[in-house]
Write a protein that binds this ligand. Structure first.
Ligand SMILES: Nc1ncnc2c1ncn2[C@@H]1O[C@H](COP(=O)(O)OP(=O)(O)OP(=O)(O)O)[C@@H](O)[C@H]1O
Ligand SMILES: Cc1ncc(COP(=O)(O)O)c(N)n1
Length: 269
């Protein structure tokens, strides 16, 4: 069985972060491993508080995974602060991690910051150059490119600039902001649009985490990047389209919408 590693923060309400990543990787047929960067007390209504792991502890978590169950792909999400970013970059290099998907998580849907302001430059300098593909949403792409994005043409210009600067592919997510869930993949000097049907679902907590983990899972299985993105888009559309409605805020998706095991059967009335 292929394996994937997520390096990210937690979400006790289960819709985003490590919890979304593990569910996504499992549903996409790979064995999920994880290294926690930060414990985040959050739910569908927002973030209450954050306790970061120490850099030494994160280094030990990463050693435990890389020396035992070497991942076929790695995804990073919430990386939180400069010392943790330094450890992640050093360990990814030390172990020669492959198929690295970097989700440059900065601010949660709820508006709460998930990375300190001064750590954005460390993210750019240390982590982005190691990526196979980056998956910024519009606000993140604006910060990484220094451009204002108001249209599909702006998305292309920003994705191209980021790709050239960091030497990796860039998937700029249109999400709920620019268009009908159309995402642009810029790689090898040209762009390709991945069209998604917009689903009228207010419950979008964890969409970014889920998409990047689905891409990592498909890279782990050996699909090329274009195919991995296409399959990840199909998966997230299914998870959103299942119209799960939990929690008091922007709720989670149903990551297991396609699971048909007998263990999933609900109790008859
Ligand atoms: N209403 C929707 N219908 C269909 N696809 C959607 C919808 N909203 C987001 N998506 C898709 O979900 C994926 C994640 O995009 P989005 O822009 O929401 O990321 P994000 O802002 O990083 O997510 P997050 O909410 O986790 O911060 C993209 O493929 C996007 O096109
Ligand atoms: C630990 C963690 N990582 C990422 C997100 C972003 O997800 P969203 O923007 O959907 O809240 C989050 N809320 N929590």
């Amino acid at each position: 069985m292929k394996t994937a590693l997520t390096i990210a923060g937690t979400d006790p309400s289960g819709g985003a972060g490590i919890q979304a990543d593990i569910k996504t990787m499992t549903a996409n047929g790979v064995f999920a491993t994880c290294a926690v960067t930060a414990l985040v007390a959050q739910n569908t209504t927002g973030v209450k508080s954050i306790v970061e792991c120490t850099p030494d502890f994160l280094a030990e978590e990463l050693d435990c995974v890389f020396t035992d169950i070497f991942p076929d792909a790695v995804k990073t999400g919430m990386v939180s602060s400069i010392p943790l970013i330094r450890v992640i970059a050093a360990k990814l290099k030390e172990y020669g991690a492959k198929n690295l998907v970097v989700d440059p998580v900065m601010v949660a849907t709820s508006g709460d910051r998930l990375i300190t302001e001064d750590a954005v430059s460390a993210l750019k300098e240390l982590l982005l150059p190691l990526a196979t593909v980056l998956t910024p949403n519009i606000p993140e792409a604006e910060i990484l490119s220094g451009m204002t994005i108001r249209s599909a043409a702006d998305m292309e210009a920003a994705a191209r600039a980021i790709s050239e600067q960091y030497g990796c592919a860039v998937l700029c997510k249109g999400g709920h902001q620019i268009n009908d869930a159309d995402d642009l993949l810029w790689r090898c000097g040209s762009g390709k649009w991945f069209h998604g049907k917009r689903i009228n679902n207010p419950n979008t907590h964890g969409t970014g985490c889920t998409l990047s983990s689905a891409i990592a899972s498909n890279l782990a299985k050996g699909f090329d990047l274009d195919t991995a993105v296409e399959r990840a888009k199909a998966y997230i559309s299914g998870a959103l389209g299942a119209m799960l409605d939990l929690g008091r805020g922007s709720g989670p998706m149903n990551h297991m919408f396609d699971l048909k095991s007998i263990y999933c059967t609900e109790k008859a009335d």
